[in-house]
Design a protein around this ligand. Structure first.
Ligand SMILES: [Fe+2]
Length: 498
């Protein structure tokens, strides 16, 4: 149905009823005002002269006519024009709150209606822009968090896809990344209004379908697509959806695409939608790239530190393989205690890195074949703190740091560096303490021969509750089977079983 144009001059009812002067067109109002202010007084003066009326009465009637013309006709017109001028000035200075009265049926009424329509349109456009700006700010802030975060980029991308899709009033959304080697797209994050899931194993060759085309060409596109092109199962509603797809571009090549779909019956996407999603896509691309770069730097750093840990061991032939075995035993004990996979991973790292601080200890103390003097002991006891300082800058090893710092604490509070007691000592540090000492006891040292496994077990029992957490000693002794454990430990560290 065509919209009816606004009629500035509604048809007036005909009849004996006098039409208000305010409803007359400006030209007629000017003529009437002119009549009252000049023509009528002149005619009246002429008539009064011929009739020889009293001068005072003549002047009074003449002035009355002129004043009527001015106050009731001309002044109202001027007032209306002044009002419009003021509102336009306010509008130019950014005040959109004002509205003009629309009761006049003449040009002024038309102007008022046009003015009110313009301000209303402007208000709604500004609201839409502010809402878009808020959305972009929210998304950019989340993307900013991703840039400095090493965890949960997958969750963050899902969140961005969900927010972007909702903002676009789309029912389905997905983020796919390009696999350069296989020349295909894979689903990284997907979202739908009714909880439908995209198949994570779904792959789309570059150039195929809307997302494939956008990824290959590196250009955004509006059109139609099916839910199956994003890895979702097609439903009756999702056949032939309105689609918008933008590339995630880095240095002129697409590393992925973001696609949003509006299911059947919904309006198609606009140029504004495309502009907004393109700017979101640009930020996502930067976030993904930064995340990958940070991950590379982090991986290199961790590998360097691991190499350093082994370098420390290389100085002392007696401790060869010790760190890796400590990591192995700690993981075994953690598993027996029912700890989760992530904690087991932390335990393994802590085992390998627990003595990395020894890199800061002089060789004459570190490699001394006889017992250390009290002063030398003090220096040696710095190694957990040196280890902490080395590992602290590495984000991905943050959970390892307290385990390295406290691996020489004693259960009775007599250890170092903090003298922590009982459960105040982090569980992982208590675990490292038990397995570190056990491995040291069953390997040769420059100042003593290794103990047998039975002797080492007896030592652990002896110091259970004073040096070690008794629950951990009991659990470790339970799983400690000489043959199995030593063979497995040797295999894990690449050492020959002894
Ligand atoms: Fe140590």
């Amino acid at each position: 149905m065509m919209a009816q144009p606004l009629n500035p001059f509604p048809e007036r009812k005909r009849g004996p009823k006098l039409v208000s002067i305010e409803q007359e067109r400006l030209e007629r109002r000017l003529v009437i005002a002119f009549g009252f202010m000049s023509l009528i007084p002149i005619l009246f003066l002429y008539w009064a002269t011929t009739q020889r009326l009293e001068l005072r009465t003549t002047l009074l009637l003449t002035i009355a006519s002129a004043l009527f013309g001015y106050f009731f006709i001309a002044r109202r017109m001027i007032h209306a024009v002044v009002e419009v001028t003021q509102k336009v000035k306010a509008l130019i200075s950014g005040d959109l709150s004002g509205e003009l009265e629309e009761h006049d049926a003449n040009e002024l009424g038309e102007l008022a209606r046009a003015f009110n329509k313009i301000t209303k349109d402007l208000r709604s456009k500004i609201e839409a822009l502010e809402s878009s700006r808020d959305l972009v700010k929210k998304l950019l802030s989340r993307i900013g968090t991703a840039i400095v975060s090493y965890e949960g980029i997958d969750n963050l991308l899902s969140l961005i896809v969900e927010n972007a899709s909702s903002a676009m009033e789309a029912q389905l959304g997905s983020l796919m990344l390009v696999d350069g080697e296989k020349q295909e797209l894979s689903v990284k994050a997907a979202w739908s209004t009714n909880g439908r899931h995209a198949d994570q194993a779904f792959r789309l060759p570059l150039g195929e379908g809307l997302p494939g085309w956008v990824a290959r060409e590196g250009r955004s596109m509006r059109g139609k697509a099916m839910a199956s092109a994003l890895g979702f199962a097609n439903t009756e509603e999702s056949v032939e959806c309105a689609a918008l797809c933008v590339p995630l571009k880095l240095r002129d090549h697409a590393i992925g695409v973001v696609t949003v779909l509006r299911e059947r019956g919904a309006k198609p996407f606009t140029e504004d939608d495309e502009t907004l999603l393109t700017s979101i896509g640009a930020q996502i691309a930067v976030a993904i790239e930064n995340y990958r770069l940070n991950l590379d730097v982090e991986r290199t750093y961790v590998e360097t530190i691991m190499a350093l840990a082994l370098a420390v061991e290389a100085k002392d032939p007696y401790s060869a393989g010790h760190s890796k075995r400590v990591g192995f035993y700690a993981t075994k004990l953690g598993k027996a205690l029912g700890l989760d996979e992530e904690t087991l991973h932390v335990l393994n790292h802590a085992g390998v890195l627990h003595d990395i601080g020894k890199i800061g200890i002089k060789d004459e103390i570190l490699l001394k074949p006889t017992a250390l003097t009290p002063d030398e002991m003090k220096i040696m006891q710095q190694h957990p703190l040196i280890g902490e300082a080395i590992l602290k800058p590495v984000r991905s090893l943050q959970k390892v740091v307290p385990l390295v710092r406290h691996h020489h604490e004693r259960y009775d509070g007599g250890g170092y560096p903090a003298g922590l007691k009982g459960d105040d000592i982090p569980l992982g540090a208590r675990i490292i303490s038990v397995v570190d000492t056990y491995d040291a006891m069953v390997t040769d040292r420059p100042y003593r021969k290794r103990l047998s496994v039975e002797e080492a077990r007896a030592e652990l029992r002896r110091y259970s509750g004073t040096q070690y957490d008794p629950a951990l000693v009991a659990a470790f002794l339970d799983i400690l089977n000489e043959k199995e454990m030593r063979l497995a430990a040797a295999k894990a560290t690449g050492q020959k079983s002894s």
